[in-house]
Design a protein around this ligand. Structure first.
Ligand code: GLC
Length: 682
């Protein structure tokens, strides 16, 4: 059961696709106050009491653990490349959460605060038994979801997912291993990645192209000197089942004569300042304009530009810098220069020094800059001008929507790969996300694990982190351990920053160890694809916290380093360096599956309870639930070559034997062509 309460004059974000009648005015205030203390005096403020043992799930892409208690989360899409523990905001804004009161099923509640500006969720941080939500304006739509079925957590999630529309479904090849690096500058660089993966016998489906493929970082251009006869290159690789995935950035370079710039200026497609001039911000290409993705005409124009690349045979894209990231604005630069000039250095005390320094370091991604430009949006059928800051969190969402709608117009029956950095709930219908500029830190494997269920609750299923870490240098051990978790994430991409240690698997000693792991990913793809399609078509989660599956088991509430993957599998990766094992908790008897370093698969029944499990670096260990069996395909170097018909099975022997006797497969694999939007029933 879903209730909607509208306060003030909420901006229609189109996060929710289902018509839900809203309570408004005094009636809304009265009825919403049943859940907590509401105040609309200055902006929006809402305080809810929590029980001591309440557990909070949700918030999509955010810091913190699986249980979100004890932190603040600020939804304000942010280009912050250093995800240390104290950070409150990342690239996404996912204002959905569930309050779970263990043992008291009927009191669990889901909440979605559909608000496109800055909103703060203080989750038992300032006060240990309260949630405090505050936003600058009172214009907000609040949704409350009450569970109906037996399992409140799964039920709330399903109901929420039903109202926000079906999640994006990628082409099947997008489940293959993807290699990326900021620093592949030429065709030869990319060829060398392809050749080295082939030589090392490591499966690979795609290679991402970072900003260097463009002419001076100009969107929808290809540098013909570094990438001569690009369409031939695309088709040569594609013949061998490897696809190129170029990046597209939000900012359009200001350069007379550059068609995208010229068209944008001429048609008023760029965001404008109060004085009507196009807004200027510095990003990779230097001074740029931002397309007004909130304006349907500008959105269509930008979306159709992707044709420049699809015409060369490209079938996938990643949209970046779309918070939007801003290294500087013209105004910000001038203000800083002015302030520095006006500083009397002879009187500079220590506070003055730091203020002086902040004038420069605070230029990038400065919130004041987000207040300096406007969008032309359609609300209730009328054109309105809205300050960017008020709807900041919708920018990346609408850039990816522009791409998805454009690609759909270019080829309506084709599935394109599309993933974004910034997002808001609603964007999950158009593409996936990668989790941005993480680091080669052990804690970031764990961070990825914690984020996955929250993202799935918000509909974002096609997701994963930069495996091996983006910033800093990855060790061989870290990369291997990361792959041991990452081989279960739908988006499986190894990506690294310019200037960091080379991180392709073949750069490390004994690449065969990596090959074995990634080969196993490919063997699992019939399972991964089937479970993905189930989650997308039935509004369920691909990654679940254990407590969602075992709601009666109170021990599961504290398990922060294991996850259920699909309906049958559980992972418990090693998250520490120099470890050859770890403690795990089995909520029921399970079958341990061990892929040895000689590529044998050993299956052992392990009873419910706590165990110390040996998990050496060169093995892979995971668990299958009793009563479940998993399909395994034969090893393949490309997803296109995976044989979905000839499968073997691992897991519960009885299930496999019984199915054998009955002549039916013990696991129902989802099969379709993998390329078109002709999805099958599941
Ligand atoms: C941003 C992206 C990163 C990319 C870099 C250069 O930092 O998050 O993935 O490599 O820009 O384009």
């Amino acid at each position: 059961m879903i209730f909607r309460f509208d306060f003030g004059n909420p901006f229609c974000t189109e996060a929710v696709t289902k018509e839900i009648p809203a309570k408004t005015g005094l009636e809304a205030e009265k009825e919403f106050s049943v859940y907590g203390e509401l105040s609309l005096n200055t902006g929006f403020s809402f305080k809810m009491s929590l029980q001591k043992n309440s557990v909070i799930y949700g918030f999509g892409q955010s810091m913190g653990g699986i249980n979100k208690k004890g932190r603040k989360y600020i939804s304000y899409c942010t280009d912050d490349p250093v995800h240390t523990e104290g950070k409150d905001s990342l690239y996404g804004a996912h204002n959905f959460f569930i309050i779970h009161n263990p043992g008291e099923k009927h009191t669990d509640l889901g909440f979605f605060f559909d608000y496109p500006g800055r909103i703060t969720f203080d989750i038992a941080f300032t006060e240990t038994d309260r949630i405090i939500i505050s936003a600058e304006e009172k214009d907000i739509s609040c949704y409350v979801i009450k569970p109906e079925g037996k399992n409140p957590l799964e039920d709330i999630t399903r109901q929420f997912r039903e109202i926000i529309g079906r999640s994006y479904i990628p082409p099947r090849w997008a489940l293959g291993y993807m290699q990326s690096r900021w620093g592949y500058r030429t065709k030869e660089d990319i060829e060398s990645v392809y050749e080295n993966y082939t030589k090392a016998g490591i499966p690979l489906d795609s290679i991402c192209m970072d900003i260097d493929y463009m002419v001076e970082f100009k969107d929808f251009t290809i540098d013909g000197e570094k990438f001569p006869s690009f369409p031939d290159f695309v088709s040569k690789l594609k013949k061998d089942g490897v696809r190129l995935v170029p990046i597209i950035d939000a900012g359009v370079k200001i350069e007379p004569g550059y068609d995208v710039y010229e068209e944008g200026v001429k048609n008023n497609y760029f965001c404008k300042k109060a004085d009507g001039k196009d807004y200027v911000a510095g990003v990779w290409p230097g001074r740029t304009h931002f397309p007004d993705f909130l304006n349907p005409e500008a959105r269509r124009w930008f979306g159709l530009k992707y044709k420049v690349l699809t015409d060369t045979g490209v079938e996938g894209f990643w949209n970046d810098m779309n918070e939007p990231a801003m290294f500087y604005s013209d105004e910000g630069l001038s203000e800083a220069v002015e302030a520095l000039k006006n500083t009397d250095l002879s009187k500079l005390d220590i506070n003055g020094f730091f203020a002086f320094k902040d004038k420069v370091t605070g230029i990038a991604n400065n919130e004041n800059d987000y207040k300096r430009f406007y969008h032309r949006c359609i609300q209730n059928g009328k054109e309105v001008t809205v300050n960017h800051h008020k709807i900041h969190n919708l920018f990346g969402y609408n850039m990816t929507r522009a791409a998805a709608e454009g690609l759909n117009e270019i080829n309506p029956s084709k599935r394109f790969l599309l993933f974004s950095r910034a997002s808001y709930i609603g964007m999950h219908r158009y593409g996936g996300i990668w989790t941005g500029d993480n680091s080669s830190w052990w804690s970031h494997i764990k961070l990825e694990l914690s984020m996955m269920p929250g993202l799935n609750m918000c509909g974002i299923l096609y997701t994963g982190a930069d495996i091996g870490g983006f910033g800093y240098n990855a060790s061989r051990e870290l990369l291997m351990r990361w792959i041991e978790f990452g081989l279960f994430t739908p988006l499986m991409r190894n990506h690294a920053a310019l200037g960091t240690r080379d991180q392709e698997c073949y750069r490390f000693e004994n690449p065969e160890d990596f090959a074995r792991l990634i080969r196993f990913r490919y063997r699992l793809i019939p399972y991964i694809y089937t479970e993905y399609m189930k989650s997308a078509l039935k509004n369920t989660m691909y990654f679940r916290p254990l407590s969602f599956v075992y709601p009666e088991d109170m021990d599961c509430l504290e398990i922060e380093d294991q996850l259920m993957v699909g309906e049958s599998l559980m992972v418990a990766p090693v998250l520490e360096p120099n470890s050859t094992g770890r403690n795990i908790y089995l909520p029921e008897d399970m079958i341990e599956v061990r892929l040895t370093n000689t590529e044998e698969i050993i299956q052992t029944e392990i009873p419910k309870g706590r165990h110390y499990i040996k998990f050496p670096l060169d093995e892979l260990v995971f668990y299958i639930r009793k009563g479940h069996a998993l399909p395994l395909a034969k090893p393949a170097m490309r997803t296109d070559l995976i044989d979905f018909e000839n499968l073997s099975y691992i897991g519960d022997k009885e299930v496999i034997q019984k199915a054998g006797k009955e002549g039916i497969p013990p696991y129902k694999v989802y099969i379709d062509d993998g390329f078109t939007t002709e999805y099958k029933e599941i």
